[in-house]
Design a protein around this ligand. Structure first.
Ligand code: NAP
Ligand code: F7E
Length: 328
């Protein structure tokens, strides 16, 4: 039975990747950081089928100990401070987690077992103020946030350890991917969750920032398949994973409100609080290399993604009531 370690297993991607690997017959070890209240909402349904271990990307000793004790063949490094606005407020901490955390894990691998295959969760935010459209593996980086800058570091240190120590280390440059498990502060989930609340009479308005920002939005379960495929290939490399389609925040609103039978213009309010010090205006990826080399293709369209998310939020609110913490 192959064994994989996932950092960030309590996050959106970590939870889907764990389910995917369990289905493939893997033994899954999930690294979680110590918190005063347990936050296993996304992994509860399969928690008894995995090993949960405590560790932190800020603490290299914990990473070395986990690798020694559990001896995984694959490590998926998904843990990060992943919210762009927070990276402007906490730029140093974001660098510690999202940039230096990658070096800590790579060096733990170099120390304990160089045969481990490593996946780094890189991001389209590295392209930032884009130099070409669509963006591919060879497009120069121009990050526009401390988060994007930290991810550029993570990307290059992954390549550096591959070239210096011959590690099987891959960097997946993933464009935005969403799901009903997306954090409530990210724009897609903020929209679909508020649409559901408005539909059920629990809210009246949705306050948003830049409606003209465009993103290439895919479905998270499609994207975790791409991560796995990178580590099954016969040589390590870097790949863009994207749908190749771009839509604005405004279009996302139209689709989500429309699906619930609502008129978005009656509810959406522009709020300068949600504008960013520097914006990424047009992200759209070319995943041609992943299609050719890995045989990867997304299955869920933009329209279906919005519908899946709105329907899931409506169902959850109808079933469990509204216990939503107010965020973002
Ligand atoms: P997410 O939902 O924000 O999850 C982040 C995970 O990292 C959580 O499990 C979090 O644990 C953990 N974490 C944070 N700091 C940590 C630390 N110091 N030590 C250990 N664990 C820590 O993110 P996601 O959307 O699943 O994204 C997964 C990865 O892909 C991230 O690296 C993100 O930057 C990257 N990425 C995401 C996208 C996207 O569109 N989703 C696109 C490109 C790249 P807690 O539960 O304790 O907070
Ligand atoms: O913003 C605009 C905002 O926060 C998308 C992370 O997973 O994907 C994610 O980063 C766009 C931006 O995601 C609101 O200005 C308008 O242009 O959903 P987001 P993100 O910043 O693209 C990348 C690939 C990652 O790697 C990250 O980890 O939507 N926008 N109004 C808003 N955004 C938010 N959050 N809230 C608003 O009210």
């Amino acid at each position: 039975m192959p064994k994989a370690l996932i950092t960030g297993i309590t996050g959106q991607d970590g939870s889907y990747l764990a389910e995917f690997l369990l289905d493939q017959g893997y033994e899954v070890v999930g690294m979680v950081r110590r918190t005063s209240t347990v936050n296993f909402d996304r992994i509860r349904q399969f928690q008894d089928r995995i090993a949960v271990v405590q560790g932190d990307l800020l603490d290299q000793v914990s990473l070395i100990n986990i690798l020694h004790e559990h001896r995984p063949q694959e490590v998926y490094n998904l843990a990060a401070q992943s919210f762009v606005p927070t990276s402007f407020e906490q730029p140093v901490l974001t660098g510690e987690f999202t940039a230096l955390g990658v070096t800590r894990m790579l060096d733990a691998i170099r120390t304990v077992d160089r045969s481990i295959r490593f996946y780094q969760a890189s991001s389209s935010e590295m392209f930032g103020k884009v130099h070409e459209v669509p963006q591919r593996e060879t497009t120069p980086f121009h990050p526009r946030s401390p988060y994007g800058v930290a991810k550029v570091y993570g990307h290059w240190i992954t390549i550096n350890y591959r070239e210096s120590y011959d590690l099987f280390a891959c960097s997946g440059i993933l464009f935005n991917h969403e799901s009903p498990r997306r954090g409530l502060e990210f724009v897609t989930r903020k929209i679909t969750h508020t649409v559901a609340r408005i539909k059920l009479g629990l809210a009246e308005e949705l306050r948003l920032g830049n409606l003209d920002a465009r993103r290439d939005w895919g479905f998270a379960p499609d994207y975790v398949r791409g991560m796995w495929r990178m580590l099954q290939h016969d040589r390590p490399d870097d790949y863009v994973i994207a749908t190749g389609e771009t839509h604005s925040v405004r279009e996302f609103c139209q689709e989500a409100f429309g699906h619930a039978g609502l008129d978005w213009e009656k509810h959406v309010v522009a709020d300068p609080r949600y504008f960013r010090p520097a914006e990424v205006d047009l992200l759209v990826g070319d995943a041609g290399k992943a299609a050719r080399v890995l045989g990867w293709k997304p299955a869920v369209t933009f329209r279906d993604l919005v519908r899946i998310m709105v329907d899931a939020d409506l169902a959850a609110l109808r079933q469990g009531g509204d216990h939503t913490p107010r965020v973002g």
